[in-house]
Design a protein around this ligand. Sequence first.
Ligand SMILES: [Zn+2]
Length: 124
Amino acid sequence: MSTFRLCPACGSSKVTMEGLELDSSPAKCKSCAWTGTCNDLVLHEIDPERLYAIAFAVAQDYLRALAKIAAIPIGQAMTASGLIDGTEPEMLARLIRAAIGGAHKATLEEVAKIQGELQNAKPS
Ligand SMILES: [Zn+2]
């Protein structure tokens, strides 16, 4: 089983903790306005088999967020740099999709690399 820490107000796992342990260190939720301590967080055990499905859902959310938030700035960077003049919207859209897909893939590969490094750093 893997243990996750969830917001006691909304149940989100998007919580930040200043401490690494469940103690009185400050914690807050990125999904709602809750703030408290690490002691207040709800511990939730998840079967490892469900982790893949959860990771896939998070990766899909990340891809949607990239497309929604980054598409326009990426397109602006492409036209500002002279990579494309912006007069061909279909070509610009194709390049933006490629950039978002590349950023998504590179991020997930780096996450996997970091997770591997953390796993290897754990004392056995
Ligand atoms: Zn919350």
